[in-house]
Design a protein around this ligand. Structure first.
Ligand code: PLP
Length: 375
């Protein structure tokens, strides 16, 4: 279909084998593979984190808000350049989204000054996203959350393997939410991880994940328990063993696959740095190690994005937009917080293909086409 796809999964016999192992075990529901995945992920993040694997990243974000008791009448400061899950979960618990703008045309992370200017007596939490796997300014954001007594929630959907000055993203917030959707750096189809360093919160989250039940079904199956109590109302946001097994292998491969992404991105930089009608965000990033989740560029005003996308498509190259402006969605047209920089990026951003098994030649194909159009 496409000459160069936007994204491709990076599976080899290791993923096939471990899925076979799960199928042969005859047990698909949350059990040992999931526990192993949670332990491995917590070790990978370090900093005394505790992890619970869940059905997807949106579930993790939803659980974070529920566990922190954010509800009707509360305000949550959310990113203006993000996937709509952030706003949706905030809305679903009855809280109000207050958008904070990005920092600049080079730094698309949330602006700590704008966050602080939007704090009111109703603000309960700040939800941040580390766009494309580039860390937000955690020193300033952590400090302002502390100063104003606000919960910090990290949307880490883009971040596996990325850090802020050598400390893994996902270890700063009261809660962090990872996504292992099919196109993320750890790809399992559908899956997520909720991360906290707070034991009490962890127990609450564990109950929320599975109907508020005291004993997981695995323990009953193994004969360790015959009944259960329901301690508080909960949901079913459990992951399954196939996803956890894939997650274990993908986590093992993460360092190598992120290094492959880095090489490809560096080649993109080499090819595109001198193209005057585009610019590349985070080009001289100094807050830590990114994981190059996606390859975003910004088209100058003189370029018609729809026409660029169409000409790339004609050349067999798949592109995307991260992200459409929230205010342009019907459900969010009444959001009035100004975030003009994010709106500008939403109107001019273009995401180029990037995935670990991509070749340098494929990067060249993309750049050749883009340059034809952009110079
Ligand atoms: C993918 C993504 C999510 C949602 O994760 P799912 O696993 O698809 O529910 C949330 N936020 C951001 C920034 C994402 O990229």
């Amino acid at each position: 279909m496409w000459r160069v796809q936007l994204h491709k999964i990076d599976y080899d016999e290791r993923e096939f084998n471990i899925v076979n192992e799960v199928l042969n075990s005859g047990w698909l529901a949350i059990s040992e593979k999931t526990q192993n995945f949670e332990t491995a992920f917590a070790r990978f993040l370090g900093h005394d984190t505790k992890c619970l694997a869940v059905s997807n990243g949106t579930a993790a974000l939803h659980m974070a808000l529920l566990a922190l008791d954010i509800k009707d009448g509360d305000e949550v400061i959310t990113p203006s350049l993000t996937f709509i899950a952030d706003q949706n979960v905030t809305n679903m618990v009855g809280a109000k989204n207050i958008l904070a703008d990005i920092t600049s045309m080079d730094d698309w992370s949330m602006d700590p000054d704008d966050i602080e200017s939007k704090i009111t007596p109703k603000t309960k939490a700040v939800m941040i996203v580390h766009y494309a796997g580039f860390a937000c300014d955690m020193e300033r954001i952590s400090a302002l959350c502390k100063k104003h007594n606000l919960f910090l929630i990290e949307d880490c959907a883009h971040t596996p393997g990325a850090d802020y000055n050598n400390r893994a993203l996902g270890t700063f917030g009261d809660v962090a939410a990872f996504s292992f959707f099919a196109n993320k750096n750890i790809a399992v189809g559908e899956g997520g991880m909720i991360v906290t360093r707070n034991e009490k919160l962890l127990e609450n989250l564990r109950l929320l994940r599975s109907h508020g039940m005291s004993v997981p079904s695995f323990d009953r199956f193994k004969g360790r328990a015959i009944s259960y109590d329901v301690i508080k109302p909960g949901l079913n946001y459990r992951i399954n063993e196939i996803s956890s097994a894939l997650g274990l292998v993908q986590l093992e491969k993460l360092r190598t696959s992120n290094e492959k992404r880095k090489k490809l991105v560096e080649h993109y930089y080499k090819r595109l740095d001198d193209v005057s009608s585009i610019s590349i965000p985070y080009r001289f990033f100094t807050r830590g190690k990114p994981n190059y989740h996606i390859m975003p560029i910004l088209l100058r005003d003189s370029l018609d994005r729809a026409a660029v996308i169409e000409s790339m498509k004609q050349a067999g190259i798949q592109t995307s937009i991260h992200y459409p402006a929230i205010q342009n969605f019907s459900a969010y047209k009444d959001i009035i917080n100004p975030a003009p920089k994010a709106e500008y990026v939403s109107a001019h951003e273009l995401t180029l293909p990037l995935y670990p098994t991509m070749t340098i030649e494929e990067v060249d194909i993309v750049c050749d086409e883009l340059i034809k159009y952009c110079v």
